[in-house]
Design a protein around this ligand. Structure first.
Ligand code: IPE
Ligand code: IPE
Ligand code: MG
Length: 246
């Protein structure tokens, strides 16, 4: 059964998704090439991942490279792929040590074979992690995922939102399946979704911060989670006067 792939304990913790934006501007502000911003951005990932479990986060999805990002200049794309591969090697042991289950979501058919091997190795080595499901979205497009899941849905018996969610998770190689997003954060001041988790963010709280991604750290994440807890989520319902008074 598809549902069995969900880790119940992890599901009861928060799913935070982050659009890691602003690397290029961070570098340009310092007179550096855009790629310097990507290198610095990769370091910021570690600080956020380390902070996440203590903030009640069970699933952390980081948008690293969109399907549309292939349209960037080739040298920039090459550096991004190199950084990604290096990240898989350098973080693997740390993930195992900290119980982090590393999972790459998105398409897989456009990666170099070497990168694909590194992905599979890192995922297999960290598969037992129960502290945090770290999903890194690479060659990811929410619209593509929605189309792929729709194709699978046609031949499914149980047709409802939950079964569609499971198929969507399968379409993007999310292992295990992840719950809907509770909090979506985008750095660098931009206020758009850029084809990220369009279905999963149906009732997500949105936080936009001017901070550029390379300047992000665990404290910034903590501030965002604190703001999330101050928000009132209604899911279309009305809040009873009784509840408000208590
Ligand atoms: C985010 O930073 C990283 C990727 C999209 C790969 P950008 O590279 O988009 O940085 P800006 O938006 O140009 O500053
Ligand atoms: C979205 O950022 C993708 C990632 C952060 C990986 P972009 O910088 O590519 O998005 P747009 O072009 O500003 O919408
Ligand atoms: Mg950008």
């Amino acid at each position: 059964m598809l549902q069995s792939t969900l880790d119940k304990d992890r599901v009861h913790r928060l799913h935070v998704a982050v659009i890691m934006d602003g690397n290029g501007r961070w570098a340009q502000a310092r007179g550096l090439p855009r790629t310097a911003g990507h290198r610095e951005g990769a370091k910021a990932v570690r600080s956020v991942v380390e902070a996440a479990p203590d903030l009640g986060i069970g699933t952390l999805t980081l948008y690293a490279f969109s399907a549309d990002n292939w349209q960037r200049p080739q040298p920039e794309v090459r550096v991004l792929m190199e950084l990604f591969e290096r990240f898989l090697h350098s973080e693997r042991d740390k993930c195992i040590e900290n119980g982090v289950l590393l999972n790459i979501i998105g398409r897989r058919d456009r990666f170099e074979p070497r990168l694909l091997r590194a992905i599979r190795r890192a995922e297999a080595a960290t598969a037992a992690g129960r502290t945090l499901h770290l999903r890194i979205a690479v060659d990811y497009s929410a619209r593509q995922a929605l189309m792929d899941a729709a194709r699978l849905y046609q031949s499914t018996e149980a047709q409802n939102a939950d079964s569609y969610s499971e198929l969507l998770n399968r379409a993007i190689n999310s292992r295990p399946a992840a719950p809907d997003v509770d909090l979506l954060i985008r750095t660098s001041g931009e206020q758009r979704l850029s084809d990220f988790l369009l279905w999963e963010c149906a009732y997500a709280e949105l936080i936009f911060t001017d901070c550029l991604w390379p300047d992000i750290n665990g404290q910034e994440l903590e501030r965002a989670v604190e703001e999330f807890h101050r928000r009132e989520r209604r899911f279309g319902r009305v809040v009873e006067a009784r509840e408000l008074a208590s």
